[in-house]
Design a protein around this ligand. Structure first.
Ligand code: MG
Length: 451
């Protein structure tokens, strides 16, 4: 019973009125409230089920005695910032990030505004599955207080952390695509306050995501790329559904992969600060370490997962960190992924250092080969161990799965937590090298499996 899981890598998620129904939301609210106690901030993204799930979570929280500060629809990092600056016990975000519109989810935020630590999620799971909810009589039930101001506190914080004069003088022209998500409620006005001239696309909140699916991958951003090209804009900006991640289109209308924009921002911040530590998961492209080293900084690697990156950043006093999917973390702002902060920082970098396409020329490029290899769950540990033995003369990093380094590249073999597969990422200077490395790794895994 105790080891049953409710939380995935990004909260509790599922299809609405299937797994994610009001009863689940109510009981998750009761479990979170039992753990957090006191005042809890609550916000949603813009999905059609936002009201239903939010009401159920609020009922659960108040039933166990919590007072709910209801912030309304907001980007996830806006809720996180509000929790960080308020004297409250934590926050709850109703969002399924970039998932299709039929999904929704519930994510818990600790009192410092960071995504909840796994050990505390386990505590919530224990309360949920054993139904050990706090019991209050009619006098102890909490209240729901509509609370305004979160968006303004957040925007002011972002504006205070960039060189506004430089951005305003640069007269940058941008195209913003919020995928009809929660970023629509913040980023258009923030761009105005930053003094950029912005055209908007899919910036009306709409829970069916009529513009395109809300994951900012290249195949979903055709309209944005065309608009950047047609208008000759300096930058295209694409956010995911809850506006914690951002992907850029450069001034030549090229889609910029998340690890390359991570490299540009990291190098700029390291240069500006005469050094510093940048934290990123082992799955990130070598291009980030190359760029950071060239700027005089150092990279530290973690297991995959934004909360893990954020906590490592706190531990080592990192200057900056992030993931290859466009999730950038600015510790002087807050220890979580933040699309609006990333967007403002990118504008500052362009204003001070020049066009994104020229900055990207300084970032070495690599090719990534992604594969899935079938492996029964019960054999994953043995296979990983034997992979390490097979490559014992190579440098190996076992931070997350096994990352084996070769001449001109590396391969990362990670067991999936949810499927009987290994995810295999292989990177090389070019396509042929990446493929050669991936083929070699695949052969070794298959030989081990065949015994
Ligand atoms: Mg997201």
């Amino acid at each position: 019973m105790m080891s049953q899981r409710l939380f995935g890598t990004n909260g509790v998620r599922g299809v609405v009125n299937d797994f994610m129904d009001p009863q689940l939301a109510l009981d998750v609210g009761r479990a979170i409230g039992t753990l957090m106690k006191g005042k809890v901030a609550l916000a949603t993204d813009c999905r059609t089920s936002a009201d239903m799930i939010r009401s159920a979570v609020a009922a659960g929280l108040t039933s166990v005695g919590c007072d709910v500060l209801e912030l309304g629809a907001l980007p996830t990092p806006t809720l996180q910032y509000f929790v960080k600056i308020s004297e409250i016990s934590g926050g709850v975000m109703v969002t399924a990030s970039h998932n299709p519109p039929e999904f929704n989810g519930i994510k818990a935020v600790d009192a410092d505004g960071t995504e909840m630590h796994r050990s505390r999620e386990e505590e919530i799971e224990r309360i949920y599955f054993s139904r050990a909810f706090d019991h209050k009589d009619w006098r102890g039930v909490g209240t729901v207080m509509p609370t305004s101001g979160a968006l303004d506190y957040y925007q002011k914080a972002v504006l205070s952390l960039v060189d506004l004069d430089a951005i305003r003088k640069a007269n940058l022209r941008v195209v913003l695509d919020c995928a009809n998500g929660a970023g629509s409620l913040c980023s258009p006005t923030l761009l105005q306050r930053l003094g950029a001239s912005a055209s908007t696309l899919n910036c009306n909140p709409e829970g069916t995501f009529p513009g395109h699916p809300s994951e900012p991958v290249e195949e979903n951003l055709g309209d944005l790329i065309s608009l950047v090209k047609g208008s000759g804009a300096d930058l295209g900006i694409a956010q995911d559904g809850d506006a914690d991640r951002v992907i850029f289109i450069d001034d030549k209308s090229h889609y910029v992969y998340g690890d390359r924009s991570l490299a540009v921002v990291a190098a700029s911040m390291v240069a500006e600060n005469d050094g510093g530590i940048v934290v990123t998961p082992v799955s990130t492209s070598q291009c980030v370490e190359d760029a950071v080293r060239a700027a005089g900084g150092e990279v530290m690697y973690t297991r995959v997962g934004a909360p893990i990156v954020a906590r490592k950043m706190m531990e080592v006093g990192a200057l900056f960190g992030g993931e290859e999917n466009g999730g950038l973390i600015f510790p002087h702002h807050q220890y979580c992924r933040d699309a609006a902060m990333s967007m403002a920082k990118m504008l500052e970098i362009l204003a001070v250092e020049g066009p994104l396409s020229s900055l990207l020329k300084k970032v070495p490029s690599y090719h990534l080969d992604k594969r899935k290899l079938h492996c029964p769950d019960e054999r994953k540990e043995q296979v990983l161990r034997e992979v390490c033995e097979a490559f014992s003369s190579n440098k190996i990093d076992t931070t997350d799965g096994a990352k084996v380094f070769f001449d001109g590249g590396w391969t990362l073999i990670r067991p999936s937590g949810t499927e009987p597969i290994f995810r295999v990422y292989s990177e090389g200077k070019d396509k042929a090298t990446a493929k050669r490395i991936a083929d070699r790794c695949e052969r070794v895994v298959k030989e081990i499996l065949e015994g």
